[in-house]
Design a protein around this ligand. Structure first.
Ligand SMILES: [Zn+2]
Ligand SMILES: [Zn+2]
Length: 369
């Protein structure tokens, strides 16, 4: 069949929106007609090559749509089912999946190369050229084929735009609080980096009952958003003095939890150094391959401080993502407020320009417009 997709042909070059051919779903795969796709910093990182995928790649890793065809052996979804997409296609069979940790499914690093289906092939093509699916998803396309394990069914109203957002930053941010850190009520929390993910860490901290939520960023506009989403204090880190400021806001005690949602060594170090006794630093930001951190070693035993990583909010995507949609429907999770602008697929380069200039919180591509 034919589809129109946003393609990264060459790093650092404009994305090309064009017609491609798409093979139907094979064993364990489904064909999804996309309704909404979020424009995330990770998409742009594929354009720049920071997140490496072979060229050419169909972009898009957070989206929602309707299943229009299922391949052989698919049992968990039917044609007509509304689904949100997970950017990790957990295999369900490896050691990590079977011990209940699908967000670190071993197929991410053991299986087929990134951007291909589990069998190592791709479904997008034009003539003899094959196109990778970003994160085995590739949802910046009218239609895409994904593993059955990457689609999470949802019922009720057709809230595709909101469901699309849950698939990335919302699950990552809220999950880091409730699943990875297990923040207790009454805790003090600092969040370094209040972009799409950090804002959702703040939402998670509010839900968990944290009483002090300190947002740290270098951008005053983003700190303003952080306040709207529940931060109780803000710290501008432009001068790199976030640790001192956070200590001052906690009577020199330090925070119980510090979340780093940027992926830079300097801010990861700050997250650890602003912890109080018994504190935990959670690294969510994805740093470059060669980035290294240097931490005061004595602070580990003295005060039993910990530092841990969090991938995709340590989530069980099949359970957690529909629950987040329920929280939204119960007015306990803000999703509409996250969307700053809608785009058509043809406006993808404009969406990336807005993203780069830090305009707005989240752009979402709508396919029906
Ligand atoms: Zn994303
Ligand atoms: Zn697995």
């Amino acid at each position: 069949m034919k589809t129109v997709a946003a393609v990264m042909y060459e790093h650092h070059q404009p994305v090309v929106v064009e017609e491609l051919d798409l093979d139907g779903p094979r064993d364990g795969e489904v064909l999804v007609e996309m309704k909404a796709a979020g424009v995330c910093h990770s998409d742009y990182s594929v354009v720049t090559g920071t997140i490496f995928h072979d060229e050419p790649t169909v972009l898009g890793h957070e989206g929602a749509g309707i299943v229009v065809e299922v391949g052989p052996g698919v049992r968990s979804v039917k044609v007509g089912q509304r689904v949100m997409l997970a950017f990790i296609s957990a295999c369900g069979k490896c050691f990590q999946c079977t011990r209940g940790r699908p967000s670190i499914c071993e197929m991410q690093w053991k299986g087929a190369p990134p951007g291909t289906m589990f069998d190592g092939s791709c479904r997008f093509y034009k003539g003899r050229q094959r196109f990778c699916h970003m994160s085995r998803v590739g949802c910046m396309s009218q239609y895409t084929v994904v593993s059955e394990n990457a689609v999470i069914p949802f019922d009720g109203a057709a809230q595709f735009e909101q469901a699309a957002l849950i698939g990335c930053s919302v699950m990552t941010g809220v999950g880091a609080v409730v699943n990875t850190a297990k923040v207790e009520f009454g805790s003090s929390v600092a969040v370094i980096g209040t972009g799409g993910t950090g804002i959702n860490v703040i939402q998670g901290a509010v839900m968990a009952g944290a009483t002090k939520i300190i947002a740290v960023d270098i951008n005053d506009e983003r700190l303003g958003w952080a306040t709207q989403f529940g931060a109780t204090h803000t710290v501008n880190n432009r001068d790199g003095e976030a640790v001192e400021r956070v200590l001052a806001l906690t009577q020199s005690v330090g925070v119980d939890y510090a979340f780093e949602a940027i992926g830079k060594s300097a801010t990861i170090e700050q997250a650890f150094r602003m912890l109080g006794f018994g504190g935990t630093a959670v690294v969510i930001g994805i740093a470059g391959k060669h980035e290294k951190v240097s931490l005061p070693a004595v602070m580990f035993p003295a005060g039993e401080r910990r530092i841990v990583g969090s991938m995709y909010g340590s989530s069980q995507m099949c359970n957690d993502m529909p629950r987040l949609l329920e929280l939204y429907r119960a007015n306990r999770l803000k999703l509409d407020e996250l969307v700053s602008r809608n785009y058509k697929l043809s406006q993808i380069n404009e969406a990336f320009e807005d993203l780069k200039s830090g305009q707005g919180m989240r752009g979402v591509i709508l396919f029906d417009d």
